[in-house]
Design a protein around this ligand. Structure first.
Ligand code: SF4
Length: 359
């Protein structure tokens, strides 16, 4: 059996910058898109020639991958060697999705799309600094169904300024009406350096976030989507294998500017700007900007923190007996292994605090 190995491809272009976003993306470099896709193909080709293993999962994210010409992006994806049955996902902006775009992706081997819905309420989208039209979400899902895309995810966010619990309920209901096999629901987080960070009046409230988490969990579970990581729910068989690869500390290789890679405890990341990435690839230079190697203790601790957030859970003896007693109600035995513990829902609401108590 082949080992799990992931490939991430970063597309660093966006039509406009969302208010809360700290990702490495640019809104003024569309003139670089073609050169950037060429650089990706060259960089991937060099890695393949150097013996890169076939991927079990591929994830094309950003940024906004759907801003790139779809046939050219499909060519980049096709240049990545994959194992039989690999999961190949592209993040899509609902404004850009058409049947033709998805048909190009399908021809490139894409079998899953992740749709950045965020909210189904116009005033909440505007508070998030997002531009897309809600009707485009419905059109996108119709296109996904029309091309027979085997799986898709809807990404939604709660906690924007001015979002009421009723707004959030409407977003969740409208998302569920589209019958998604997978939903990611994230609480809005305040990232340093964003416009949101400099406006404390609009920062999310913890109690409000907790109410909205419980609301979305109830609704998704009732609709047959099981929670398998704090912020992710899926119908059986539609869990994101690429995400699990990160959570299980497996190896992955990132292509493109600002992309991160990991192999056996060594992590490295590429130069931050698309300009620099294109120039370095053209010159045959090394695109790695910097790296770190985790010592065994740090790696073990990080591994437990990540797995604790998933339905895999962690060995019960990762906590002291005293801590286990204090956390009663926030942890429960794993269904298949009494020596492991998993978070209950109240535990998922405190996942960060609980992970600080690992021994
Ligand atoms: S579309 Fe996504 S990547 Fe681009 S600015 Fe908005 S949140 Fe960030």
């Amino acid at each position: 059996m082949s080992l799990d190995f992931g490939v991430y491809v970063h597309i660093p272009f966006c039509a406009s910058k969302c208010d809360y976003c700290a990702f490495a993306t640019w809104t003024d470099r569309e003139h670089l898109v073609d050169a950037y896709l060429d650089a990706l193909t060259t960089d991937i080709g060099r890695a393949v020639a150097a013996g890169m293993a076939p991927a079990s999962t591929v994830f094309v994210g950003g940024g906004t991958p759907t801003l790139a010409p779809s046939a050219a992006l499909a060519d980049v994806i096709r240049s990545i060697p994959v194992q039989p049955g690999a999961e190949v996902t592209v993040e899509c902006n609902p404004d850009d999705v058409t049947v033709d775009l998805l048909a190009d992706y399908r021809a490139g081997g894409v079998n899953r799309v992740s749709l950045g819905v965020q909210s189904m309420s116009a005033h909440v989208l505007s508070a998030l600094g997002r531009t897309h039209d809600i009707a485009n979400v419905e059109r996108s899902v119709a296109a996904i169904n029309e091309v027979g895309m085997p799986s898709f995810n809807l990404d939604i966010i709660y906690g924007a300024s001015g979002e009421t619990v009723d707004d959030w309920r409407d977003t969740v209901s409208a998302a569920l009406a589209l019958r998604p096999p997978h939903v990611s629901a994230y609480g809005l987080t305040v990232e340093a350096g964003t416009p949101l960070a400099s406006d404390p009046d609009r920062h999310p409230d913890d109690d409000d976030q907790a109410d909205k988490y419980e609301l979305v969990d109830d609704a998704l579970v009732a609709a047959g989507l099981a929670n398998y990581e704090v912020s992710n729910w899926a119908r059986p068989g539609h869990e994101s294998r690429h995400n699990f690869l990160y959570w299980r500390q497996q190896d992955y290789r990132g292509f493109g500017c600002a992309a991160h890679s990991h192999r056996s405890g060594r992590r490295w990341w590429n130069v931050r700007t698309p300009d620099r990435y294109i120039d370095l690839v053209a010159a045959g230079g090394d695109v790695e900007a910097s790296s770190e190697t985790l010592d065994a203790d740090t790696r073990r601790f990080e591994g437990l923190q990540l797995l604790l957030r998933t339905r895999d859970g962690i060995p019960a003896d990762s906590f002291s007996p005293e801590t286990l007693a204090v956390l009663d109600g926030h942890l429960r035995p794993h269904d298949d292994d009494p020596h492991r513990v998993v978070l209950t829902r109240s535990g998922r609401l405190m996942a960060n605090e609980i992970s600080m108590r690992l021994t």
